[in-house]
Design a protein around this ligand. Structure first.
Ligand code: AQP
Length: 350
């Protein structure tokens, strides 16, 4: 029997959400609501995998968790129709991650580039959680037997690992899976990444070869969803460019990473292609293009920032949304955990 199509994705509450998170992930989350049942998770357990200096401590974690939830809702996710919750409320994430820790191979994790980037040179001092992050991510997705996962391009490798884990679990426990009623021997689907949408990899405003990231030390490298109009204007005007005018054709953006990034952001926010944007701005100087980009960013992002501000002013309301979402998520997760434990051979309470 084919798996019921279900969408799952998560965002870490590790700091200010930026334009990359919005265009690479959240815009797609909103769109997928039209066609799928979706589960959107604020992955607070992932947030603590790096040092306290990155996640900011308990008060900051709770504040950021509410802020990401507010960003989801302000961007157009409907928490009544879809499931919106924070990961740590559903214990199945940690439980399934343990089973998957015993399925995943060290060699697989050793290849993960994000760990290498985030751990940097001081790998011995990185947390075990940071190393294990992709296994927890596989558990997040497969706990709901989700079939589709909208993510930015940076998460592609982790998604491939989730598929490998699902496949190995299905193979290793095939007989037991069949014994528990799944005749085709498949318990977990192989989740498909949905790396689509207007901008799958938004780059830093200070360096067009680095992705826009929450953890970049320079706030000028990113546009945060909560930035006001003046801050957006300042950041866009300071964005790195090159001395040439904008090219007339898209091909001319090759080998010009900063120009390519700014045109890509304009295209994504205006719902047009890069070629169309260059039809209007090609041959011109960056200064007038940047003015138009500021106006576009402010028009698109200010309503979201305003709504986020309104929502975070009422933490009780946000917590009620997260609690309600967690109850609905737990109902699905408990069923998966019950069956997973039976398949593995764990005796559970009757
Ligand atoms: N620059 C980006 N362009 C497109 N998509 C992006 N995403 C992140 N950065 C970009 C996508 O946003 C979703 C949520 O990301 P996350 O917060 O869970 O994790 P992340 O990838 O670690 O995000 P950051 O901002 O880059 O954080 P740090 O600085 O901690 O590394 C994911 O779908 C991601 O692909």
């Amino acid at each position: 029997m084919p798996f019921v199509e279900r969408v799952f994705s998560g965002v870490q509450p590790t700091g200010n959400l930026h334009l990359g998170n919005y265009l690479g992930a959240i815009v797609n989350f909103v769109k997928l609501q039209e066609t799928h049942n979706c589960i959107y998770c604020v992955v607070d357990m992932h947030a603590i995998t790096q040092g306290l200096d990155v996640w900011g401590g308990p008060a900051e974690l709770a504040r950021n968790t509410r802020e990401v939830t507010a960003a989801f809702i302000a961007s157009g996710i409907d928490p009544n129709k879809q499931i919106v919750f924070n990961q740590s409320q559903v214990s199945g994430h940690a439980e399934l991650a343990w089973i998957f820790n015993c399925v995943a191979r060290m060699g697989w994790l050793n290849r993960m580039t994000q760990f290498k980037e985030k751990a940097g040179k001081d790998r011995e001092n990185a947390s075990v959680g940071l190393y294990d992050y992709p296994v927890l991510m596989a558990a997040d997705i497969l706990l709901y037997r989700a079939t589709h996962v909208p993510v930015g391009e940076d998460q592609k490798q982790h998604l491939e690992l989730s598929r490998d884990i699902a496949q190995k679990f299905n193979n290793d426990f095939g007989d037991s899976i069949r014994g528990h009623g799944a005749n085709d021997g498949l318990f977990f689907p192989l989740p498909e990444p949905l790396i689509t949408g207007p901008a799958t990899r938004v780059m830093s405003l200070r360096d067009g070869t680095k992705k826009m990231s929450k953890s970049d030390a320079s706030d000028n490298s990113r546009i945060n969803l909560t930035d006001d109009a003046d801050t957006i204007a300042q950041k866009v005007r300071k964005a790195k460019t090159d001395p040439e005018p904008l090219p007339i054709e898209e091909k001319g953006l090759e080998a010009r990473p900063e120009a390519d990034n700014l045109v890509g952001i304009f295209a994504a926010l205006s719902g047009r292609s890069k070629a169309e944007v260059l039809r209007d701005f090609g041959g011109g100087q960056f200064s007038s293009f940047k003015n138009a980009l500021v106006e576009l960013c402010v028009t698109k992002l200010s309503p979201i920032a305003g709504e986020m501000k309104r929502l975070v002013a009422d933490p009780g309301h946000i917590d009620a949304i997260l609690n309600g979402g967690a109850d609905r998520a737990r109902a699905i997760a408990d069923e998966t955990m019950k069956l997973s434990k039976d398949i593995v051979g764990f005796i559970r309470p009757r």
